[in-house]
Design a protein around this ligand. Structure first.
Ligand SMILES: [Zn+2]
Length: 418
């Protein structure tokens, strides 16, 4: 007898009505004609059964840092300044408290994997990492958190930060991060990327960098990152987040660099909600959207995913920790409206992100880990349009969260609406 049976679900890939049987944390039946009784049963009532969602790019340490740190200009520069002024004083207890609130919301929305950037610099030292590593351990049975050592203020000319980055990896950071456009110029950006590869290769770690998060077309770290990825044989192991300067490049430059991104098998994360908010601040009309060229990247066959990045803080006042909301905003910002494009948007925080994380056994199929979310929608477009409650969130066969929504319309009103 299966431990858990999900009845009357719609398969996220085939659109077929299926029952899903789960035993020992693994899917052992996906059956259109039903499976036998389980120890526990959930009636999906026509909800989509999907592999669980993935938050590709987040910062737990400064989530919900809102009070007293208001960004009046709304720019990235002011946000970084405001954050730098207070990050030394963040305590482990406070980081844990806010991280737990963000993770609770993410989990209820079906997020079971997260990539999290942790500031490593002269101001933060290693003390934020020291607070975040226990967060990763504490929530290990609920969500997989990958920690990225993130030298937000550059390292090309700062041996002390390079040393901190090595120590961060030694302490247990999972990936090497970066922010080449935070350096003085493109030469230093290239140097930062070189150092990142040196560290990553030593630890056999993947790389995930904040890339060209600026409206200034001078910055093209993405090109260097792609070239270095190929030179180091790191294809498929390197991710570029943000990539906003792409929106400022001319088409010929963009085409040239997108070819290299494809050849290097880079993964691109667009952080559309936050970048729509932060970029283009200095523009006269027409104001640029300031996000990665999602449509062209998808057309070129590049793996594109999307990330929340920030939750109600000096960088971004909004957010719900719902990858479906991020995908919907991405779809608006990137003009994704054709059926294939809608499917791509829906796949960004799912299959595309799983490819970035190199997850195996991801999907609703026999033999896959039972990491699932029931989305109360009949199709991808409905999932994005309504971002409905997640009927159930299941991790290795264990039901972690269930959400129901109850709307009561007065019978007299219902008669008119019906
Ligand atoms: Zn970020």
């Amino acid at each position: 007898m299966p431990d858990l049976v999900i009845r009357n679900a719609v398969h996220d890939r085939t659109g077929q009505r299926v029952d899903v049987g789960i035993t020992g944390g693994v899917i052992d039946a996906v059956a259109p004609d039903g499976v036998g009784p389980g120890r526990r049963e959930i009636d999906a009532a026509g909800a989509l059964v999907s592999p669980a969602l993935i938050e590709s790019h987040f910062h737990l340490e400064n989530a919900l840092l809102w009070d007293g740190a208001i960004n009046h200009s709304g720019t990235l520069e002011e946000a970084i300044r405001l954050y730098a002024a207070i990050k030394r004083d963040l305590t482990p207890d406070d980081i844990l408290r806010r991280a737990a609130l963000a993770l609770r919301a993410a989990l209820a929305n079906g997020v079971l994997w997260m990539r999290n950037h942790v500031d490593i610099d002269r101001v933060a030292g290693l003390h934020i990492l020291e607070a975040i590593l226990p967060v990763r351990e504490r929530f290990r049975d609920l969500i997989d958190i990958q920690v990225i050592a993130f030298p937000q203020h550059g390292m090309a000319r700062d041996p002390e930060v390079v040393d901190l980055m090595w120590r961060a990896m030694e302490m247990g950071a999972d990936l090497v991060g970066g922010m080449p456009h935070g350096e003085r110029d493109m030469d230093d950006a290239a140097r930062q990327i070189e150092i990142a590869f040196e560290i990553a290769r030593h630890y056999d770690a993947d790389i995930d960098m904040h890339i060209d998060e600026t409206d200034d077309p001078y910055w093209h770290s993405l090109e260097i990152l792609a070239e270095q990825t190929i030179a180091h044989g790191y294809q498929g192991r390197v991710t570029a987040g943000h990539c906003c300067a792409m929106a400022a490049w001319d088409d010929a430059m963009a085409a040239r660099i997108i070819d290299k991104v494809k050849a290097a098998d880079l993964h691109v994360i667009t952080n559309a909600p936050i970048n729509l908010h932060l970029e283009g601040r200095g523009d006269p009309q027409p104001v640029r959207r300031g996000i990665a060229r999602v449509k062209e990247l998808l057309e070129a066959g590049v793996n594109v995913t999307c990330g929340q990045d920030d939750l109600q803080n000096m960088f971004y006042p909004y957010g719900r920790m719902d990858p479906l909301e991020v995908a919907l905003i991405t779809a608006h910002a990137a003009h994704l409206a054709a059926p294939g494009e809608i499917q791509a948007a829906f796949d960004m925080p799912r299959y595309h992100a799983a490819r970035m994380l190199r997850l195996e056994r991801y999907g609703v199929e026999v033999g896959a880990s039972a990491n699932l979310v029931l989305i109360d929608a009949a199709s991808p477009v409905e999932a994005l349009r309504r971002q409905p409650p997640r009927r159930a969130v299941i991790r290795e066969g264990r039901v972690l969260a269930e959400t129901t929504q109850c709307v009561e319309i007065d019978p007299s009103v219902d008669r008119i609406l019906s």
